[in-house]
Design a protein around this ligand. Sequence first.
Ligand code: LLP
Length: 425
Amino acid sequence: MDHFQYHGGRLRAEDVPLEDIASEVGTPFYCYSTATLERHYRAFADAFAGMDAMICYAVKANSNIAVIGALAGLGAGADVVSGGELKRALAAGVPPEKIVFSGVGKSEDEIAAALKAGVARINIESDPELDCLNRVAASLGVTASAGIRVNPDVDANTHEKISTGKRGNKFGIEWTRTHEVFIRASAMDAVSLTGVAVHIGSQITDLKPFEEAFVRVRGLAAILRADGHLIDSLDVGGGLGVSYEDGGDVAPSPADYAKTVKSALGDLGCKLIIEPGRAIAGNAGVLVMRVIYVKEGASRTFVIVDAAMNDLLRPALYGARHAIVPAREASSGANWREVDVVGPVCETGDVFAKQMLLPEVKTGDLLAIRTAGAYAAVMGSFYNSRPLAPETLVKGDAFQVVRERISVDDLMARETMPPWLESGG
Ligand code: LLP
């Protein structure tokens, strides 16, 4: 459940009507609900209560420092995949000992920054990265606490672009090579490799692939231990999906997901690291936009809105369908029409929804795209020289702009004419 509900005919984020935020900040804008973030974080924390488990919110889903800060205040750690995300997590108040650093291409500088910050664990994903970690840690005079991300060759049964655990994907080290890498690492002075990590993909709505991957990790832990290697932590990644629209995929609950983790890995005496991103932030946000025109096309009606693929790339990139609802609740006598909801960007792919049933709308009406709390603002761009939409955070009856609109003037201020193009040059 989320906290975006109609009350008195107006769609509210907790107690704040989205219309009120729109009149203050303009459109389009993202709006996040603190109560929903908290609810989702707690669902994970409760599901893993009593276990030695660390919930490291995957910052990539929504890296606004206010969002990370709200979760950090509840005790969340962070999963980061770049020096930038590390900076944000630290700035938002996540203690370094609750930060794990993942990612297939961590640079030497990023590794050094993570080691200097004292993060809990760095998950390495290749042999050269292990060498780099050893080198950088030695030069800093520290021992790097590391895990190895394995590629378990499991089909996550999700969109191909966000499936990460199959042989042939760029992620992780082939699971069959894990033992060999541990042997190599044990000869290194500045790396302490004691963890196994796995992340098989995102928006996974079936528990079976998780189970398959975790069973593989269990087998690896047994083999490694039998050979005398210390295995003290298992990182199960993220990936639990969410429901995007009525009638669409229904995701398992964090409680059911936790049961799968526990039954495969709960009795190994290891610290468990869980990295949910979307399941925490997805339904905690909406993207609010205004109708610019309603255009009666040759074969379809187009609702042209002022948000576009640069604000929410998921439909264009993954063919994702997000529910879209009016900010004013449809009256019982509303005229429902089948429409295409499209943005103004000059690409045919700039479509939020095709043949969607919406109550009749007109120029100036407000619409909200649901489930835009994860992988929306973070994937935003300036394409077509459109500003970056502001982000707002609601708590009860209060709201705050937590990232201002970044205007085209802001962007142009960082561009320069080379001297040979300047007039008279
Ligand atoms: N841990 C690792 C190592 C990851 O690569 C990811 C996501 C997560 C955790 C969090 O996964 P989640 O719980 O959010 O599924 N932009 C795509 C999603 C990309 C996910 C990338 N990795 C989308 O909009 O669907």
